[in-house]
Ligand binder design. Structure first.
Ligand code: SF4
Ligand code: SF4
Length: 313
């Protein structure tokens, strides 16, 4: 990073207009961790570009995706595309579903015209910290959002996960980011919405389209300098804080994979007689959130409420 810092969490002096993909391939890199929907985002972009008549090449890596590992996917489209991978420094738009993963790939952005769109969600890699109680010191990137945004040609730190939660479905955070991306990629809006509706489960079409519209509107407003919700810098509660851990388990989403049971550092989860996860030893639960982050099916949410004690519902 060698550009001067500026206190902005979104935008650039002049919004960047990407080159016409008919002249040179356009490169989009989508990154995140397992379970966030990185591959869905990249496939949707690929299908959309194909529908516009472009040649598309896509490649993806999702090794340890189910255990919170890194996932990334390259999408290239244009009149003619020779290679499925994007060289370093050639990414037109970097879409990151997790903050640290976004930072990890910043070197791939075009220095002068690359656009960075990043969810501020933080997922601390499993086992990167020994003490996982809320407030304990965590090994995680220290750069502030403003410092990061100041070092890219145009960047947006968007709290997509919180926006999705406010819509009642945190699984649509990736579609909030697609809405944001739609402002940068010049495909017709109706085509975006048609492809989003085709990609998502039928019963979630309405919430996904709303997520898409909110993400799109967020970037439009940020680019115009209009008021928009700015992402709050993530802060853990202090170690001394009197908090109450509450596990919210959605039995219908639990696929009995056993990952959370095996990897809970305190060994306080188990599968019940119906092979659905439950909190067996509430007193030992520290609220570390590993189970929430590792569950590939979003079946566990960990809430840290003010008060004392631990409970599951
Ligand atoms: S809650 Fe999630 S991680 Fe745990 S067993 Fe169910 S599906 Fe697997
Ligand atoms: S149940 Fe979840 S939040 Fe509680 S200690 Fe285990 S992994 Fe951490």
């Amino acid at each position: 990073m060698n550009r001067p810092s500026a206190p902005a969490l979104a935008g650039a002096a002049t919004p960047i207009v990407l080159a016409d993909p008919a002249r040179a391939p356009l490169n989009v890199l989508v990154v995140g961790v397992g379970g966030q929907g990185v591959i869905m985002v990249s496939k949707l972009i690929a299908v959309l570009a194909q529908k516009q008549g472009y040649e598309v090449k896509q490649s993806e890596v999702h090794g340890m995706a189910k255990r919170g590992g890194a996932v990334f996917s390259h999408v290239r489209f244009g009149q003619r595309v020779w290679s499925p991978t994007i060289p370093k420094g050639e990414v037109d738009v970097l879409v990151a579903l997790e903050w640290a993963e976004g930072l990890r790939w910043l070197g791939y952005l075009k220095p002068d015209t690359g656009i960075f769109i990043c969810d501020t969600k933080r997922i601390v890699p499993p086992f990167s910290c020994r003490d996982r109680r809320p407030g304990a010191a965590m090994r995680y990137v220290r750069e502030t959002q403003a410092e990061v945004i100041a070092h890219v040609a145009e960047g947006f730190a968007i709290d997509a996960t919180r926006m999705a939660e406010q819509l009642g479905n945190d699984r649509v955070a990736n579609v909030v980011l697609l809405g944001a991306l739609s402002v940068a990629l010049q495909f017709p809006l109706a085509e975006w919405e048609r492809v989003v509706a085709d990609f998502v489960p039928k019963k979630t079409v309405a919430v996904n389209l709303e997520a898409f519209r909110q993400g799109r509107q967020w970037i439009e407003r940020a680019r115009e300098g209009l008021p928009h919700t700015e992402a709050v810098e993530a802060r853990a509660p202090t170690a001394e804080a009197d908090y109450r851990v509450r596990l919210e388990i959605t039995p219908a989403w639990c696929k009995s994979c056993d990952i959370c049971v095996k990897l809970c550092p305190e060994h306080c989860l188990r599968l019940n007689g119906e092979r659905i996860v439950e909190l067996a030893v509430p007193d030992k639960c520290t609220g570390c959130r590993l189970c929430e982050w590792l569950c590939p099916d979003f079946a566990i949410r960990v809430h840290l409420d003010r008060g004392s004690g631990v409970s599951a519902r």
